[in-house]
Write a protein that binds this ligand. Structure first.
Ligand code: ACO
Length: 428
């Protein structure tokens, strides 16, 4: 990283600010000393122009529609790699050799079981609890069960807790699903792949042998790869902020899950499929496009638009191809897919969406695949959380290992009342 300098003039005084340069991407003006030198803060709600950290994990060029993990394109990773391989890459910085991959997969498979007492937690939830409510609670509760891996200053503890989180998320998510439909929990089967094991824990029953469909397994594994990490998005920033105070990793990931739940973030895949179903038939599309453009109508095209991508989200095109593979394999002719394809085409040819650079995002097509596989919409965000856990723990580890790491503490532009005398209650 090389440094240049730039000047800022504020109230007639000049301030020298370093310009930091990454390996790729925009230059970054270092304002860390600005307050100390000038007494002024910067104002950036939603952090649209602020880099909150240095990172070597993921690079996005939203204008060009590029997503790289440790330098490898998401298209190549989703075509050639498995989710385990991408997880290793995110955590360790390099693609694994065959032996390293086998070792890593073995290690993860040895952490898939939950402490048996955690099973009791599920009974405390209503049967109709949203799986994300269960995920927030159970993942946060892991910190009460795994005291032997919560010393965040010990790299070995951090490694074990990272492996535990990645390994246990499929078990936790599958158990949330089983609980909602009243079926018994299934223990993990470590002879299966990470994703095959998850499918079995979700759809298998103790009374029958479950045979994993390789096309569905590959499609779901690819969905996990596409969701594995995405730079400093809202939930990842939440994990980093929670972790910056020294909170244990299980609590930090629970915070990330809470943030991911919102419909503007991870909840969008559920909202996108609900919207496509509501539209129902292609003839209704123009009506919904008009609604999305109407400033007096709160309706937005879910699965469209992105804070960073002002071009086609590269994950959405991989997802679109995967929808076809899954529907063909399962012999399904889902009318919602046709609605999605036509909606995309119409929106991309509409001036409003062109001018605002609104393109389909990863969530636009993922719901169709997940629904075809048999997941109810409430499970969609839980699957996103499962996959994003590796990104969250990799980012959390990167932050904790950084010797310059500080507690996150944004400042504010105060617009409330100035100091005033207190008025006793009988005089108000
Ligand atoms: N439908 C209609 N109009 C939209 C949409 C949409 N989906 N998205 C943005 N716009 C419009 C806004 O109304 C705004 O118009 P204006 O300039 O006239 O006020 C303009 O485009 C810019 O939108 P912002 O909300 O300011 O953009 P921001 O970057 O803050 O928001 C967001 C990005 C939240 C993703 C937004 O596009 C959205 O709500 N999309 C739908 C929800 C969704 O799909 N979320 C998933 C994101 S991907 C993920 O989390 C994995």
């Amino acid at each position: 990283m090389s440094n240049d300098s730039s000047k800022l003039e504020l109230a007639g005084k000049d301030y020298d600010l370093q310009v930091m340069r990454g390996t790729i991407g925009p230059d970054v003006v270092d304002i860390r000393k600005l307050y100390g030198q000038s007494g002024a803060f910067t104002f950036d709600p939603g952090f649209t122009s602020t880099a909150s950290c240095e990172s070597q994990l993921t690079y996005i060029d939203g204008g060009k529609g590029v997503l790289l993990h440790r330098g490898y394109s998401i298209e190549e990773l989703s075509e050639h790699s498995s989710f385990m391989e991408v997880s290793y890459l995110l955590l360790n910085g390099e693609l694994p050799s065959a032996d390293e991959l086998a070792d890593f997969s073995y290690t993860i498979s040895r952490h898939t079981m939950l402490h048996d007492q955690l099973r009791g937690f599920y009974q405390g939830f209503r049967r109709d609890a949203h799986p994300m409510a269960i995920m927030c609670g159970v993942v946060g509760a892991l910190s009460a069960f795994y005291h032997d891996s919560t010393d965040i200053s010990d790299p070995e503890h951090r490694k074990i807790s990272s492996h535990r989180l990645i390994a246990k998320m499929p078990t936790i998510a599958a158990m949330a699903y089983k609980y909602s439909i009243g079926q018994p929990f299934l223990y993990p089967d470590n002879s299966l792949s990470y994703t095959g094991n998850f499918l079995r824990m979700t759809y298998g029953v103790p009374a029958e042998e479950y045979v994993v469909n390789p096309v569905v397994e590959r499609a779901l594994d690819r969905i996990f790869i596409l969701h594995a990490d995405h730079e400093q998005n809202a939930s990842t920033s939440t994990v980093r902020l929670a972790g910056s105070s020294g909170a244990n990793p299980f609590a930090c990931i629970a915070a990330g899950i809470a943030c991911l739940w919102g419909p503007a973030h991870g909840g969008a895949n559920e909202a996108a499929l609900n919207m496509l179903r509501e539209i129902g038939t292609p003839d209704k599309i123009p009506h919904y496009i008009e609604r999305a453009k109407d400033k007096n109508d709160p309706f937005r095209l879910m699965g469209f638009g992105h804070r960073v991508y002002k071009n086609y989200d590269p994950r959405a095109s991989v997802m679109q191809k995967t929808v076809r593979e899954v529907l063909d394999e399962l012999n399904l002719d889902d009318p919602v897919f046709e609605v999605a394809l036509q909606l995309e085409e119409m929106a991309l040819n509409d001036d409003y969406f062109k001018e605002k650079k609104l393109f389909p995002n990863v969530d636009f097509y993922s719901g169709i695949i997940l629904s075809a596989v048999g997941f109810p919409t409430e499970m969609f965000t839980a699957l996103f959380a499962l996959a994003r856990t590796v990104g969250w723990v990799a980012q959390w580890n990167e932050m904790i290992s950084d010797p310059g790491q500080k507690i996150g503490r944004p400042r504010q532009l105060y617009t409330g009342p100035t100091a005033r005398p207190y008025v006793p209650v009988e005089k108000r």
